[in-house]
Design a protein around this ligand. Structure first.
Ligand code: HMG
Ligand code: MG
Length: 298
């Protein structure tokens, strides 16, 4: 049955902005986080502690995390690919860290410069240290339906990765369609594979919208009972290691759909649209959200 409540994790400040060519100042990122929390987002993926040579846009991670005025009840998460990243993140006291693996070997190599097996070895001490410090741990699973280098990914490979993440203590996982090639049944198969190792409450959907399938895929995930999703305000984003892939499904579009279905998100759509307009204005473009466009032109 379709859940009556949904939790949205806005990944705009991280997944959304990481691929922007020209630097976005820390103050703008901080203001975006403030506007998202004001709109009622209870989880925000703020930044990542990765190599500034690989992803220059996230080099201001400390400044952004230090600048955010935290609101109680909001969970602030950050990406940490290895111990070096985790130690840097620890200084900024995130509520949750995210290790990010891939169901595809080739994407693992391109994205984090190691094999799937090596990535698990790198994540294990990070997970252990985070849990010991009282920090929650999420695992992002990239390329769960398709890979820009390997093509289609079989559900067995998703189950394999989910099992490895479970084995090292990762508490919950994201089923990511990194390049947005998924369609509803394929996404359901990836989720069902993940459910071999994780409970429904600990599985979230992360759908990029490259082929315009992300809302349909969200509905397909809801039909399986999934109630956590990563979305990106104004549809910001793309992945630096997945050429041509567009952003996550726009948070505004998902909120509009869920509201229409009578599903509670605790998010104020008007304020969310304001947040999307704020960052889009800064980037010199219109929000990549159909709902925002429609409501702004009403
Ligand atoms: P590496 O080169 O294999 O690492 O990179 P290394 O350990 O050999 O170190 C090389 C250099 O990087 C050294 O510096 C290290 O100090 C430095 P040097 O001595 O050359 O000056 N270094 C670091 N610096 C800062 N923070 C760190 C760090 N680690 C090493 N944590 C690494 C490995 C993972 C760091 C690199 O490949 C990297 O940063 N990759 C970027 C990955 C990334 O951010 N991808 C985008 C996010 S994932 C995503 O978007 C998908 C997701 O949205 C879900 C989906 O849609 O699929 C989550
Ligand atoms: Mg992503």
């Amino acid at each position: 049955t379709i859940p009556s409540q949904v939790r949205l994790i806005d990944v705009g400040p991280r997944d959304g902005l990481q691929n922007e060519k020209s630097p976005v100042p820390a103050e703008v990122k901080i203001e975006l986080v403030h506007r998202l929390q004001a709109a009622g987002l209870q989880e925000i993926e703020v930044t990542s502690y990765v190599s500034p040579k690989w992803v220059p846009q996230m080099a201001d991670n400390h400044a952004v995390m230090q600048g955010v005025q935290r609101q109680s009840g909001v969970r602030y998460s950050v990406l940490t690919p290895n111990l070096k990243g985790f130690e840097a993140a620890l200084l900024d006291k995130p509520d949750e860290i995210v290790v990010f693996g891939s169901a595809s070997e080739a994407f693992s190599q391109k994205n984090i410069n190691c094999s799937i097996a090596e990535s698990i070895e790198r994540f294990a001490p990070v997970v252990e240290a985070a849990l010991a410090a009282g920090i929650a741990v999420r695992g992002a699973m990239s390329c769960t339906v398709g890979c820009p280098y390997e093509g289609e990914i079989a559900p067995e490979r998703v189950a394999y990765l989910a099992g490895l993440l479970k084995g090292i203590g990762v508490q919950r996982v994201d089923v990511a369609d990194t390049i947005g090639v998924g369609t509803p049944y394929k996404v359901q198969w990836a989720i069902e594979a993940t459910l071999q190792h994780y409970a429904l409450d600990d599985v979230s959907g992360h759908f990029h919208d490259t082929y315009g399938q992300a809302l349909a895929n969200t509905l397909a995930a809801l039909e399986l009972g999934v109630w956590n999703f990563q979305t990106s305000v104004a549809g910001l984003g793309g992945c630096p290691y997945a050429k041509g892939a567009t952003g996550n499904v726009a948070t505004e579009d998902v909120v509009y759909m869920l509201q229409g279905m009578g599903i509670d998100t605790g998010i104020d759509l008007d304020r969310l649209i304001d947040a999307g307009v704020f960052i889009s204005d800064f980037l010199g473009r219109k929000p990549n959200s159909r709902a925002a466009t429609a409501l702004l032109n009403k």
